[in-house]
Design a binder for this molecule. Structure first.
Ligand code: HMG
Ligand code: MG
Length: 298
């Protein structure tokens, strides 16, 4: 059975732009987010309050966030630690996301911590956010495969998901950071999580399209009862700390599939395609999204 409604968690402005070689001007980022909201997206990840040396592309978070804060949409932001949370709370952020790793290699590369040290770093972030009535998403990277460690055992993923849930995260997002997942693996992971007391309704899936599997994986997740899907407009994205990661599932490709399945998203596909075409022109290369290419007339 498929859900009747799906919530799209748009990550282009964060996961997409964090990976661009050139830093996009703050005003263009703000315009991008405004246009995404205008196209009907209701959850738009805006930026990250991380160390500016680690992700220079998002070093303008303090300037950007107030420029879009008045939009009538949810604007989650990434925070790795209490310093990040302080910066986000100072600007009135209502939703934050911590980001854990299922593997030691990526925890080290992305957070300069072991898996457990990173979880310890998140604990006060989550409890302070909850005390301030701020919604907390817990990302988990490398849920399927890792560029250094290869295939990631399901039990290892379940263990970190359990820790994030016990910490108080309101929602978890399962990241296929390097895009190696296939539908059978997705179904097996979701079943193991369900058995561990983490049902699909509390999960989001975050697929990268490196091997062209993102839509197939999404359909498998929908069939298991997941109703929150991460996607990035135009298929922007990747990860600066994971070589071989390419763009996320393109929001347009997702909307096209959902529309065909009769699942409501409230998104104006024409406006979304126009937004991605505009951003692609700014970045100087065409969008990798098949739907954007099929529907854009430029
Ligand atoms: P560290 O070097 O271990 O930092 O980095 P530290 O805790 O030792 O602190 C060192 C200095 O950094 C201190 O300054 C801190 O104040 C400062 P000093 O006292 O030396 O002057 N500092 C900060 N400054 C500003 N904002 C902060 C902050 N924190 C410390 N928040 C740290 C540890 C976590 C900070 C670093 O590793 C970091 O920023 N990592 C972020 C990496 C990142 O953003 N990666 C991309 C997002 S994850 C992703 O894309 C995957 C996802 O899409 C899902 C998927 O696809 O799998 C979500
Ligand atoms: Mg990602």
């Amino acid at each position: 059975d498929l859900p009747t409604r799906v919530r799209i968690h748009e990550v282009g402005a964060r996961d997409g732009l964090q990976n661009e070689k050139a830093t996009v001007p703050t005003e263009i980022k703000a315009e991008f987010i405004r246009r995404l909201a205008d196209a009907g997206l209701t959850t738009i990840e805006a930026t990250s309050f991380v160390h500016p040396k680690w992700v220079p592309q998002l070093a303008d978070a303090e300037q950007l966030f107030p420029m879009v804060a008045g939009l009538p949409v949810a604007l989650p932001v990434l925070v790795p630690n209490e310093r990040g949370l302080d910066r986000a709370l100072a600007l009135g952020a209502g939703r934050v996301a911590v980001f854990a790793s299922a593997t030691e290699s990526f925890a080290k590369a992305n957070l300069n911590r072991t898996v457990n040290e990173a979880l310890a770093m998140f604990e006060p972030v989550v409890s302070r956010a909850k005390a301030a009535s701020v919604h907390v998403r817990g990302y988990l990277s490398m849920c399927f495969g890792d560029p250094w460690e290869g295939p990631v055992p399901i039990a290892q993923v379940v263990k970190v998901c359990r820790a994030l849930t016990d910490m108080g995260c309101d929602e978890l997002s399962l990241g296929d950071t390097i895009g190696v997942a296939t539908p059978g693996h997705v179904v097996a992971l979701l079943a193991a999580l369900d058995e561990a007391g983490i049902p699909p309704a509390t999960l989001a899936v975050h697929f990268h399209d490196t091997y062209g599997q993102a839509l197939a994986n999404t359909l498998a997740a929908l069939q298991q009862g997941v109703t929150t899907i991460d996607a990035s407009a135009g298929g922007l994205g990747g990860c600066p700390y994971a070589k071989s990661a390419t763009g996320n599932l393109a929001t347009e490709d997702l909307v096209w599939m959902l529309r065909g399945l009769g699942i409501d998203t409230g998104i104006d596909l024409g406006r979304l395609v126009a937004t991605s075409t505009w951003m692609a022109a700014h970045l100087g290369r065409p969008s990798p999204s098949r739907t954007v290419r099929a529907l854009s007339h430029e």
